[in-house]
Design a protein around this ligand. Structure first.
Ligand code: MG
Length: 255
């Protein structure tokens, strides 16, 4: 069931979103060659604690997961696209890192992600990341009252396909509110003018992620969480939580 949020609830989600932006900014600032993914998770824990927030990721256990999620951020490196568990891996120059973070503040959740390269990255990675960011902008621009959910999917998919990238429809955007994953699901490709009608009060995470090899297949590796590209190519992922308002889409996860 899709629940619309009141203006007051949207402001509460925006407050959580400010914390998410701070977590992601800190991760980006810390993510130098030689730093472990675990250290990035520890830095994120500090930010959440100082803000009086908790992580909706920690101990999250959807049906597919063999273990509760053990960290407060997801750190997905190179061929890992989503849900990479922060471990002892030390970042190396040229790695493509996606960081996904959420915060729960006063009972309301926000969710966002960024992708970047460690130090000097390749031109291919820069192009992949830029395509995800363009798709995010296009998806957000389509989130206007009177439009439909499929307009967001179609806008994202068009950017990804133009770049020649693989796009899985298994994991995508979602409603956000009291919990991290609410209805509706928002696939990263689909048909315009189809699906749920967009109304003021709808709060959703829009999260394009593309696979450089152009293949749409992905798989969960042995830890049961990390989603990797089927062809071993690199992936990037970006995300904002946004609110549909009478004045158009408003991003909740900005500093
Ligand atoms: Mg999300």
């Amino acid at each position: 069931m899709v629940e619309l949020k009141t203006p007051g609830e949207i402001e509460a989600i925006r407050a959580a979103g400010t914390v998410v932006a701070e977590v992601l900014g800190t991760a980006r600032a810390h993510a130098a060659a030689g730093i472990t993914l675990k250290e990035l998770d520890e830095a994120a824990r500090d930010i959440l604690k100082k803000a009086g927030a908790t992580s909706p990721f920690l101990n999250y256990r959807p049906r597919f997961a063999p273990i509760p999620y053990p960290a407060v951020i997801c750190t997905s490196v190179n061929d890992a696209a989503l849900h990479g568990i922060p471990n002892g891996y030390r970042l190396a120059p040229g790695d493509l890192l996606s960081v996904d973070a959420g915060a729960t503040l006063d009972g309301w959740v926000a969710d966002a992600a960024v992708s970047f390269t460690v130090g000097e990255g390749s031109e291919d990675d820069a192009r992949l990341i830029a395509a995800c960011e363009d798709a995010l902008r296009a998806g957000i621009a389509a989130a206007t009252p009177g439009g439909r959910l499929g307009d967001i999917s179609a806008a994202i998919g068009a950017v990804g396909r133009k770049g020649g990238y693989g796009i899985s429809t298994d994991l995508g955007g979602h409603g956000v509110g009291r919990t991290m994953h609410e209805d509706p699901h928002i696939p990263n490709r689909g048909k315009a003018r189809r699906g749920l009608k967009l109304q003021p009060g709808l709060v959703i995470a829009i999260e394009p992620w593309f696979m450089a090899g152009g293949n749409d297949d992905c798989y969960a590796d042995d830890d049961g969480w990390t989603i990797r590209t089927g062809d071993g190519s690199r992936a990037a992922h970006v995300e904002h939580t946004i609110a549909v308002t009478a004045d158009g889409p408003v991003i909740m996860t900005l500093p």
